[in-house]
Design a protein around this ligand. Structure first.
Ligand code: FVH
Length: 289
């Protein structure tokens, strides 16, 4: 018999989570601020809780997945007595500070707290593509690993509850910069009647090569040694000009290449002209006043 799970928050993601637990055979209790969102899950066998306290009291594992940490606080604070002795897995997106504050609040009230971040869309939940980053109570992680692993590929980063959020925000930043770059490329290509689908295979092949640069960048960043035998920043900064000019000539927004060029110029002014691209991290870490 699988252990019971309560899911608090039945938005697009919370519903996907509850559905995965139901399919895994966990007795699943559900609650949502707007109760009608529980109807379909109840029809699939979920138990409806009429209050958050009832939902928290119904299962050893209480999964919270709502819009933001303000909502988490609005939901859990009035039900503080009910979460005592429970394992709370908060899978709401937020900052490391919010995770640490919520962990402290929950622990002070006798709950064991695990913070989690879902790097997937609701339709991916339950499959291997869904990444679930976890940090916080090791006891909760070990006791609930089987149930939580039904949501996707889980990684536990240790007892600091803020770490899952650190990795989540870092990778979200990488994702948005990458896909913004692709849209920028598609906009430029489009001005020459090259469709995004025509560009796509070249972009995906190129991204494989770009990914190959990352180990050197990571090593240079960790070593603080930015000497790079392949390409100096001074040369690359000149190269940015023709990218900006090509965008300008086609009426494409130039903010993105101009931002990169400005970083390069600040790094060169700080003495990194003969160094490689990784030296940009030195100016990224010291934003201009
Ligand atoms: N959907 C996605 O692709 C992303 C993937 C990555 C992770 N995010 C995060 O997951 C959290 C929930 O996101 P969601 O997609 O389920 O969001 P909604 O469908 O908008 O549902 C929001 C739920 O939160 C409830 N809620 C909002 N404010 C309150 C409040 N003050 N008190 C109680 N509940 C609240 C809302 O209730 P209702 O409007 O149905 O009554 C929904 O249940 C989120 O952190 C994403 O960043 C999803």
């Amino acid at each position: 018999m699988q252990p019971g799970v309560s899911v608090i928050g039945l938005g697009l993601m919370g519903t996907a989570l509850a559905d995965a637990f139901l399919k895994n055979g966990n007795p699943t209790t559900v609650w949502n601020r707007s109760p009608q969102k529980a109807d379909a899950l109840v029809a699939q066998g979920a138990l409806r809780a009429t209050t958050v306290a009832d939902a928290a009291s119904a299962s050893p594992l209480v999964v919270v997945c709502v819009l933001d940490y303000d909502a988490v606080r609005e939901i859990l604070h009035p039900a503080a007595d009910a979460i005592a002795g429970r394992a709370v897995a908060n899978l709401t997106s937020g900052t490391p500070e919010q995770a640490r504050d919520t962990a402290a609040w929950a622990t002070d009230r006798g709950a064991a707290y695990l913070d989690g971040k879902i790097l997937a869309t609701p339709s991916m939940v339950g499959g291997p593509q869904a990444l679930l980053f976890l940090s916080g109570s090791q006891g909760v992680f070990e006791a609930q690993q089987q149930a939580l692993s039904r949501l996707g590929a889980i990684t536990y980063f240790g007892t600091d509850p803020g770490l899952a959020a650190v990795f989540d925000i870092a990778l979200l930043g990488l994702m948005y910069a990458t896909v913004t770059g692709f849209l920028h490329s598609a906009a430029l290509a489009g001005t020459e009647q090259v469709s995004a689908m025509t560009l796509l295979p070249y972009a995906t092949e190129w991204l494989k090569g770009v990914t190959g640069f990352l180990p050197d960048l990571a090593r240079q960043v960790d070593d603080g040694d930015y000497r790079d035998a392949d390409a100096t920043l001074a040369m690359q900064a000149v190269g940015m000009n023709h990218m900006i000019h090509a965008n300008q000539a086609r009426g494409i927004d130039t903010e993105l290449p101009s931002y990169v060029k400005a970083l390069m110029e600040r790094a060169i002014a700080a003495g990194h002209g003969a160094d490689g691209f990784a030296s940009l991290i030195e100016v990224i870490k010291k934003p201009t006043a």
